[in-house]
Design a binder for this molecule. Structure first.
Ligand SMILES: NC(=O)C1=CN([C@@H]2O[C@H](COP(=O)(O)OP(=O)(O)OC[C@H]3O[C@@H](n4cnc5c(N)ncnc54)[C@H](O)[C@@H]3O)[C@@H](O)[C@H]2O)C=CC1
Ligand SMILES: CC(=O)C(=O)O
Length: 300
């Protein structure tokens, strides 16, 4: 039995539910939204796709969501063009506080997966508000940015994205970094590939961190990529697959929540991988962690 509750039945929440449903990942999906009609409408629409999945999807209450196995939080405001994710903190802190309060008491074994932005700060706050162990409360982080990066590198190298081990790390936002020095393809350091050696790395990093903004300018929101990432996270937890994903979690060394590669299994974050970073990468992450800590301190 695996019950997944999706809180926030907007574009991101409904697309995540659809991705879970068509891949038959969970046995039951609950859709929860402050606007009842939205949840009802999404459930009615999603149930029309049931003939390809036979998955149970229904409207749920906040109390039922709190007793689920996996709780995915997508409730909240989204960025307007040229707004940063950090600009959403005031609005989305209030919503998160409300959502967690309405779910209490939360199933002590539940996994709480944050998707709403700014995801790193909201994850840090959710760890405190929920009272759940830190390994059970984490965010989608830079999984999506890393997917975007691997897509880009795949088109340059002409190899599958799955063969590229390269991560965007740190903030799911403007201060994220690409861990070029630890990246590899087929057992060979990524930087030794001639096509990569000549790349303007700063330009690639900007392109990846700005991709969401480009999509938002064109169509107002992003939701397919994140839905793909979240469905893989849920799959990894339910089937204890132990995939390594860059996810938003508390990192002792930096004193904040942001993304590092982690082993993902039945208990949530099973382990953080101590990835090799050079001094420049570490300095950038330190700078980023300072900004995140300062913002977090205002809310916790
Ligand atoms: N972490 C990531 O990689 C990504 C994060 N996002 C974030 O996901 C969030 C949602 O984006 P969209 O789905 O496009 O927005 P949306 O506006 O389509 O949906 C948001 C939903 O949240 C609901 N909501 C608001 N307050 C609520 C509450 N207290 N309880 C329950 N539901 C509530 C709204 O009624 C609405 O249905 C945004 O913060 C956005 O920035 C979006 C894409 C990727
Ligand atoms: C909106 C957002 O966080 C993204 O697409 O990366």
């Amino acid at each position: 039995m695996s019950r997944v509750a999706v809180i926030g039945a907007g574009s991101v929440g409904s697309t995540i539910a659809f991705a879970l449903l068509i891949q038959r990942i969970s046995s039951e999906i609950l859709m929860v939204d402050i606007v009842q009609e939205t949840a009802k409408g999404q459930v009615s629409d999603l149930s029309d796709a049931n003939f390809i999945a036979s998955n149970h999807v229904r409207v749920g209450t906040f109390e039922e969501a709190g007793q689920s196995d996996i709780i995915i939080i997508t409730a909240g405001a989204k960025q307007k063009p040229n707004e940063t994710r950090l600009d959403l903190i005031d609005r989305n802190y209030k919503i998160l506080d409300n959502v967690i309060g309405s779910m209490k008491p939360i199933n002590p074994n539940a996994i709480l997966l944050l998707v709403s932005n700014p995801v790193d700060i909201l994850t840090h706050i959710a760890q405190k508000l929920s009272g759940l162990p830190k390994n059970q409360v984490f965010g989608s982080g830079t999984f999506l940015d890393s997917a975007r990066l691997r897509r880009k590198l795949s088109s340059i190298l002409g190899v599958s994205e799955n063969a590229i081990h390269c991560y965007s790390l740190g903030e799911h936002g403007d201060s994220q970094i690409i861990a070029w020095n630890s990246a590899s393809v087929g057992g060979k350091p990524l930087l030794e590939f001639p096509e990569i050696a000549i790349l303007d790395k700063e330009l690639i990093a900007k392109e990846i961190s700005n991709k969401a903004n480009e999509i938002i300018k064109l169509k107002g929101a992003t939701f397919f990529g994140i839905a793909g990432c979240v469905s893989l996270v849920v799959q990894s937890i339910i089937f204890n697959q132990r995939h390594i994903r860059p996810l938003s979690t508390y990192i002792e060394e930096y004193g904040c929540v942001f993304s590092m590669p982690v082993v993902l299994g039945r208990n949530g974050i099973e382990k953080v991988i101590d990835i090799d970073l050079n001094q420049e990468e570490k300095d950038k992450l330190k700078q980023s962690s300072k900004i995140l800590r300062e913002i977090c301190a205002k809310y916790t």
